[in-house]
Design a protein around this ligand. Structure first.
Ligand code: PEP
Ligand code: MN
Length: 388
C-alpha cells in the first residue's frame, strides 16, 4: 500500500487531539491527488518538534498510529505529514522524554533523526513534499507559478480597475494593491485604507482575480483579512512577531516578505511564527536586501531562492520591482528569478507611473505589461512551470 493510499484517513484521528497538528490539509476533491492544499485550523503547536520519525515507504496506517499512540502515552505529541515517498512524524516533547523512547524499534519506523535547524514546521525535513497554496482556485507552489501584479498603491477606483483589467487580460493569477502603505516618510501618501479595500473588492468582482494586500497594523486585522485573499506582511514588518502570530491565527494565506536586513534564517523563523499558530499557508518573498550597493534600490538576493527551496517546503516568490527600484531592471530581475527556480513573482504596474502616488519609477506602464507578461509566461513554461 502506498503512503498516499492511506493519507486521507489521518485528519479525523488527529483532530481528536488538540496537541496534534496536521500540517498538511485536506485533499480537496477537485484537485489532483498529487497536490496538497493547505487548510487552516485554529490549532497551534505548543513546544518545538524535536525529532523526525521517518516511516518506511510500506508502513501501514496502524503502524503510524501506533507510533503516535506511544508518543502520547509518554506525554509527547505528534505531527504527522503523509508524503509522496513516506510518512514523516514530528515528535514534540521534552528531549529527555523523547530520548527514553525506543522509537527506532517500533514497527514501520525507518529512521529517527533530531531536527537540528531552529525552524521546524517550515523545514523540508519535517514536510518533504512541496506545499501548494491556493486562493480562489489559483495556486502557487510545486510546479504552479504565481504571477501577482498590480499597482503599488490603490490610488483611485479608476486607476485600480484599469490596472486590474490589464493584469487579468495578460493572464496574471492575482491582483496586488496597497491599501495601507508602509512609507519611509510620514508625509508621503499612506494609502486609502478602508476605501481601498472596497475598490479592491470591486476589482476582484469584475476580474475574478484573488487579492493580495498588505496588513500593517494589528488593529486592521479584521477588515484586511475579511477583504483580501492573501495577507501581505511587508518587509518592514517581517520581525513584528505579534503581527506574525496574529496572521498565524487568520484563515487566509500569508505572503511574507523578507526584511530589508534579514537573513534567510530570519525569514524562515518569521514564517515559523505564523505556522506555529496554525496557519500553514505561507508564501515567502525575496524582495531585495540592503547592501553597500547603491545602483539598485535593494540587492536582489538570487541565491536565496535555491537556498530557501532546499530548506523549506513553502513556496518562494520574488518581487523584482522593489528590489530594482527602476522599471528598466524589473524584467531582467524577474527573468533571473524564474530561472533560479522561483514559484512566482509579484510585480508593480500602473496605467500612468509618472502620476503614481508611490513607487512611480519602478512601476511598469500597463501599456507595456502584455509584453512583460508574455516574456514571463514563456520563461516559466521553459522552467516547467504552469501558470497557477
Ligand atoms: C509592497 O509590496 O507594497 C511593499 C511595500 O513591499 P516591501 O514590503 O517589500 O517593501
Ligand atoms: Mn511599492
Amino acid at each position: 500500500m502506498s503512503a498516499r493510499a492511506y493519507a486521507p484517513r489521518f485528519p479525523p484521528r488527529l483532530r481528536r487531539h488538540d496537541q496534534l497538528v496536521r500540517v498538511t490539509g485536506d485533499i480537496a476533491s477537485n484537485i489532483a491527488e498529487r497536490d496538497r492544499v493547505y487548510t487552516w485550523r485554529p490549532m497551534a503547536v505548543t513546544g518545538a518538534p524535536e525529532l523526525l520519525i521517518v516511516m518506511g515507504a510500506h508502513a501501514t496506517t496502524d503502524q503510524v498510529e501506533e507510533v503516535v499512540a506511544r508518543l502520547e502515552e509518554a506525554g509527547c505529541a505528534a505531527l504527522v505529514t503523509p508524503g509522496r515517498e513516506a510518512t514523516v512524524i514530528g515528535a514534540i516533547g521534552e528531549r529527555e522524554l523523547l530520548a527514553a523512547l525506543p522509537l527506532e524499534g517500533y514497527a514501520g519506523v525507518e529512521q529517527v533523526l533530531p531536527i537540528l535547524k531552529p525552524y521546524k514546521l517550515v523545514s523540508r525535513e519535517l514536510s518533504p513534499d512541496p506545499t501548494v497554496i491556493e486562493a480562489r482556485g489559483r495556486r502557487i507552489g510545486d510546479g504552479y507559478f504565481g504571477f501577482i501584479a498590480g499597482p503599488c498603491s490603490v490610488e483611485t477606483r479608476e486607476q485600480t480597475l484599469e490596472t486590474a483589467r490589464v493584469v487579468a487580460a495578460v493572464g496574471a493569477t492575482m491582483l496586488r494593491g496597497g491599501a495601507f502603505k508602509p512609507r519611509t516618510s510620514p508625509y508621503a501618501f499612506q494609502g486609502l485604507g478602508d476605501e481601498a479595500l472596497d475598490i479592491l473588492r470591486e476589482a476582484r468582482e469584475e476580474t475574478g482575480l484573488p487579492l493580495v494586500t498588505e496588513l500593517m497594523d494589528p488593529r486592521h486585522v479584521e477588515e484586511v483579512v475579511d477583504a483580501t485573499d492573501v495577507i501581505q506582511i511587508g518587509a518592514r514588518n517581517m520581525s513584528n512577531f505579534s503581527l506574525l502570530a496574529e496572521v498565524g491565527r487568520a484563515s487566509k494565506p500569508v505572503l511574507l516578505k523578507r526584511g530589508l536586513s534579514a537573513t534567510v534564517e530570519d525569514l524562515l523563523m518569521a514564517a515559523e511564527y505564523i505556522v506555529k499558530e496554525g496557519n500553514s499557508a505561507v508564501i515567502l518573498c525575496e524582495r531585495g536586501i540592503k547592501t553597500f550597493e547603491t545602483s539598485t534600490r535593494f540587492t536582489l538576493d538570487i541565491g536565496a531562492i535555491p537556498v530557501l527551496k532546499q530548506e523549506t517546503h513553502l513556496p518562494v516568490i520574488v518581487d523584482p520591482s522593489h528590489a530594482a527600484g527602476r522599471r528598466d531592471l524589473v524584467l531582467p530581475l524577474a527573468r533571473a528569478a524564474v530561472a533560479a527556480g522561483a514559484d512566482g513573482i509579484i510585480v508593480e504596474t500602473h496605467p500612468r507611473p509618472e502620476e503614481a502616488l508611490s513607487d512611480g519609477p519602478q512601476q511598469i506602464p500597463t501599456a507595456e505589461f502584455p509584453e512583460f507578461a508574455a516574456e514571463i509566461r514563456a520563461l516559466a513554461s521553459l522552467m516547467g512551470r504552469t501558470i497557477g
